[in-house]
Design a protein around this ligand. Structure first.
Ligand SMILES: Nc1ncnc2c1ncn2[C@@H]1O[C@H](COP(=O)(O)OP(=O)(O)O)[C@@H](O)[C@H]1O
Ligand SMILES: [Mg+2]
Length: 284
C-alpha cells in the first residue's frame, strides 16, 4: 500500500515560515479531533521496588499538542516512553493499569510492537540519526515496514524533508552522512524519518533541549503544523515552551499526576496550589 493512501492536505500551516511551505505536504487525516487518542487508566509505573508514578488516569486528546511538565525525576520520560512501550525491556521496569491507544490496550497480545511503534513515533532529547545516508535515514522506517516500492522512496524522502523544512539544505547531499549536519538539522531529519511512516501520535522527549534558540523556534513552529492531523505529546522542562506549543498541559510531581488542563488555565489559574507553585517557578 502506498503511504500516501488516506492522506489529505494539511489544514493548518504557520504562515511565513519554511515550515509552512513544508507543511503543504500530505498528512493522515485526524478523525474526531478532541476525543481521546491515548488513555491511561490507573497506570502505575516503577523500577524495581521504587514507584515512579502512581494511579495516573489521563486522556491525551487527539489532534492536539499536550505538554508533560514537572521537576527533574518526576517521571515525564518514563510516562512518555510507556506510551509506545519503550520501557518494556528496561531492567526493573514494571507497570500496572493500562494504556489504551484508540481504545485498545497497547499491551494486548494482538498488538505487534512494530505496528505500535509505527503508529506512535518518538523523538529523543539528542538527535539519533542512523549511521547511513541522509536519504536512507528518511526512508528507513518506510523500508522496514515495506510501505513503499523502491521507485517511490526518492519522492517520499523529498516530501518529508520538505515538510520539515530541510529539503533545500540537503537536496544536494542526500548520499552524505547525516553526522555533519547541525544538531538542529539532525533533529529535523529524525522528525522527517518519524513522519515518513505516517504516525498517529508523536512523542517528543525534550526535543529542543540540545538545540540553539533558532533551531528550537523552527521545531516549535513545525510542531504546531503537525496538529490536528497528528496527536503530539511533548516533554519539556521549559515552561515557556509548554506555553508556546501546547494546547493542554499535564503536571507531574511527587509520583502523581497533579493536574491536567488547558495550557492557559494551567499557567494562569491552576486548580492546585502545587501547580501554582511550580508554574510560578517556586520549585523544580
Ligand atoms: N532505567 C531506570 N532504572 C531505574 N530507575 C530509573 C530508570 N529510568 C528512570 N529512573 C528513575 O525514575 C525517575 C523518573 O525518571 P524520568 O522519567 O527520567 O524523569 P523526568 O523525565 O521527569 O526527569 C527518576 O528518579 C529516575 O532516576
Ligand atoms: Mg526526562
Amino acid at each position: 500500500m502506498s503511504i500516501e493512501a488516506g492522506r489529505e492536505k494539511h489544514p493548518a500551516a504557520v504562515p511565513g515560515t519554511d515550515v509552512a511551505a513544508a507543511a503543504q505536504g500530505a498528512r493522515p487525516s485526524a478523525s474526531d479531533p478532541g476525543e481521546a487518542s491515548l488513555r491511561a487508566t490507573d497506570l502505575t509505573l516503577g523500577f524495581g521496588q521504587r514507584a515512579i508514578l502512581t494511579g495516573v488516569n489521563v486522556e491525551i486528546r487527539r489532534g492536539s499538542v499536550t505538554a508533560l511538565i514537572g521537576p527533574t525525576g518526576s517521571g515525564k520520560t518514563t510516562l512518555l516512553r510507556t506510551f509506545n512501550r519503550m520501557n518494556d525491556k528496561v531492567a526493573g521496569y514494571r507497570h500496572s493499569g493500562d494504556v489504551l491507544l484508540d481504545g485498545q490496550s497497547i499491551w494486548h497480545p494482538g498488538v505487534e510492537l512494530m505496528a505500535l511503534r509505527r503508529k506512535v513515533g518518538m523523538l529523543f532529547q539528542r538527535p539519533n540519526p542512523f549511521p547511513m545516508s541522509i536519504m536512507d535515514n528518511v526512508v528507513a522506517g518506510v523500508k522496514a515496514h515495506r510501505m513503499a516500492g523502491r521507485g517511490e522512496l526518492k519522492s517520499i524522502a523529498r516530501d518529508r524533508l520538505s515538510e520539515v523544512g530541510l529539503w533545500d539544505a540537503v537536496s544536494e547531499r542526500l548520499k552524505d552522512s547525516p553526522f555533519r549536519l547541525s544538531g538542529g538539522q539532525q533533529q529535523l531529519l529524525c522528525l522527517a524519518r518519524a513522519l515518513a511512516v505516517g504516525p498517529e501520535v508523536l512523542l517528543l522527549d525534550e526535543p529542543t533541549s540540545s538545540l540553539d534558540p533558532i533551531a528550537t523556534e523552527s521545531i516549535e513552529a513545525l510542531i504546531r503544523t503537525l496538529v490536528p492531523a497528528l496527536t503530539v505529546v511533548i516533554v519539556t522542562h521549559n515552561l515557556a515552551q509548554a506555553r508556546r506549543v501546547a494546547d493542554r498541559t499535564i503536571f507531574l510531581n511527587n509520583g502523581r499526576l497533579v493536574e491536567h488542563g488547558e495550557t492557559g488555565q494551567m499557567f494562569e489559574d491552576p486548580a492546585e496550589e502545587e501547580t501554582a507553585r511550580y508554574v510560578s517557578g517556586r520549585f523544580g
